[in-house]
Write a new protein. Structure first.
Length: 70
């Protein structure tokens, strides 16, 4: 089960990873641009992992999110 948020973050991760691979293949790419993109990828991975860790509690709890609305 995944939310739109998870799918969008995963999509961004794939896009940024592909962009990074293409930049690494180009010998004229500035190192700063590559470092910036690596930082963006690391930040997206952290956001994705933190979201999943937080949501695992609700997904595994008995009754799911039903208890939040009481």
């Amino acid at each position: 089960m995944s939310s739109d948020y998870e799918r969008d973050i995963a999509k961004l991760l794939v896009e940024k990873s592909l962009e990074l691979e293409s930049l690494k293949k180009n010998p004229q790419t500035h190192a700063f641009k590559i470092q910036t993109l690596v930082g963006e990828i690391e930040a997206l991975q952290a956001v994705f992992e933190n979201y999943n860790l937080g949501m695992n509690y609700f997904r595994r709890a008995k009754g799911g999110r039903a208890g939040l609305r009481e």
